[in-house]
Design a binder for this molecule. Structure first.
Ligand code: NAP
Length: 278
C-alpha cells in the first residue's frame, strides 16, 4: 500500500518491514533516527512502549495513549521543526522523533464509510475485545458519545480497567462491562477471534444474538469474511471488515510524512491486491 502511494506521490522513498522484538524497540527507533529515516509505523506490541521514547507527542498520540506513526523532524533554516521528508538537500544532524496515532480516526472514518454508522440517540455499542485495538476503539467511541458502551473481553479485568479509564476521561459516557440485554446500534469485534478458520464467534451466543443489532464491524480483514461477518450478513445486518480502518490509518501516516494528500484510490487498490490477491 505505502510503496504504491509513495510512487504515486513521486517520492524517492521505500517502505520496508522490520521485525523488532520489544526490548530492541528503543535501539531500532534510535537507529532509524540516526539513519535519517522519514518515519516509522509501529504495530503490536510497540504502540504503548513507544510513548515513552518520543521527543514530542502529537495531540493524537497523547489523546489515545499509543503511537502507531513516528515522523522524524529537523530544524529548517528558520529554526522551525520540519518533517525530514520536506528537506531537499542535506538534513541537519539533530533529529527529533514525533509520535502520532492514526488508528482512532481511521476507525471512525471506516465506520462511516463502510457501514454508514451514525450514532442514534439512546442506542449503544457492544465492543468485543480489550487489547490494543479494543482500547483505542473504546476511547474513540467514548469521545464521540457512543450511547451506552458495553465492553466484553475474555479477561474481564481488562474490560473493567478499560471501563474505569473511560469513566475517568469521558465522565459523560455510560459504560458497562458485560452483554446488553436490549438492542444495540453496532457490534465491533476487536478480538483476534476470527483470524483462524476454526475460531468460534467472538461473543457468547447464549448471552447475545445478532438479532439485537443492525451493524457489525470486524477489525479483522484477513480472512475477508469471518464467521462473525457471515453470520451478521445472514442476520440482515450491515457488515464490513477492517480493511477500511487499515487503509485510513496508513493513508493518514503517509500524509503525516509527506505533507501531501494521500492517493486513496491507489492505496486501496494496492492493499486489496496485497491482502486478497485481486
Ligand atoms: P491484542 O492487543 O493482542 O488483543 C487481542 C484481543 O483478542 C484481546 O481482547 C484478547 O482477549 C482477545 N482474544 C485473543 N484470543 C482470544 C480467544 N481465544 N478468545 C477470546 N478472546 C481472545 O491485539 P489487537 O492489536 O488489539 O488486535 C485485535 C484484533 O484487531 C486483531 O485481529 C487484529 O488483526 C485486529 N486489528 C485490525 C486493525 C485494522 O486496521 N483493521 C488494526 C489493529 C488491530 P484477552 O484480553 O483476554 O487476552
Amino acid at each position: 500500500m505505502h510503496n504504491a502511494g509513495i510512487a504515486a506521490l513521486g517520492l524517492n522513498w521505500r517502505y520496508l518491514a522490520f521485525d523488532v522484538p520489544p526490548d530492541h524497540l528503543r535501539a531500532a527507533i534510535e537507529g532509524a533516527r540516526t539513519l535519517k529515516f522519514i518515519g516509522l509505523n509501529l504495530t503490536v506490541p510497540h504502540k504503548l512502549l513507544a510513548l515513552e521514547m518520543m521527543d514530542e507527542l502529537d495531540a493524537s498520540a497523547q489523546r489515545w495513549g499509543a503511537v502507531n506513526t513516528i515522523r522524524f523532524e529537523a530544524r529548517d533554516a528558520q529554526g522551525q521543526w520540519r518533517p525530514l521528508g520536506r528537506f531537499a538537500g542535506k538534513v541537519p544532524d539533530t533529529v527529533r522523533a514525533k509520535g502520532f496515532n492514526t488508528d482512532a480516526d481511521a476507525l471512525s472514518q471506516a465506520l462511516r464509510e463502510d457501514i454508514d454508522w451514525q450514532l442514534l440517540p439512546g442506542t449503544g455499542v457492544l465492543l468485543l475485545g480489550a487489547g490494543g485495538a479494543g482500547r483505542v476503539a473504546a476511547l474513540k467511541l467514548a469521545s464521540e458519545g457512543a450511547g451506552i458502551l458495553f465492553l466484553v473481553n475474555r479477561t474481564i479485568a481488562k474490560a473493567e480497567a478499560m471501563a474505569a479509564e473511560i469513566r475517568k476521561r469521558f465522565p459523560q459516557q455510560q459504560v458497562t462491562v458485560g452483554y446488553p440485554k436490549n438492542k444495540v446500534d453496532m457490534v465491533i469485534n476487536a478480538t483476534s477471534l476470527g483470524l483462524q478458520p476454526e475460531d468460534d464467534l467472538p461473543f457468547d451466543p447464549k448471552q447475545f444474538s445478532l438479532q439485537q443489532t443492525r451493524c457489525v464491524y470486524d477489525l479483522i480483514y484477513r480472512p475477508a469474511e469471518t464467521a462473525l461477518l457471515k453470520a451478521a450478513r445472514a442476520a440482515g445486518c450491515r457488515a464490513a471488515n477492517g480493511l477500511g480502518m487499515l487503509l485510513h490509518q496508513g493513508a493518514k501516516a503517509l500524509e503525516i510524512w509527506s505533507d501531501k494528500p494521500a492517493p486513496l484510490g491507489v492505496l486501496r487498490r494496492a492493499l486489496e491486491k496485497e491482502v486478497y490477491g485481486k
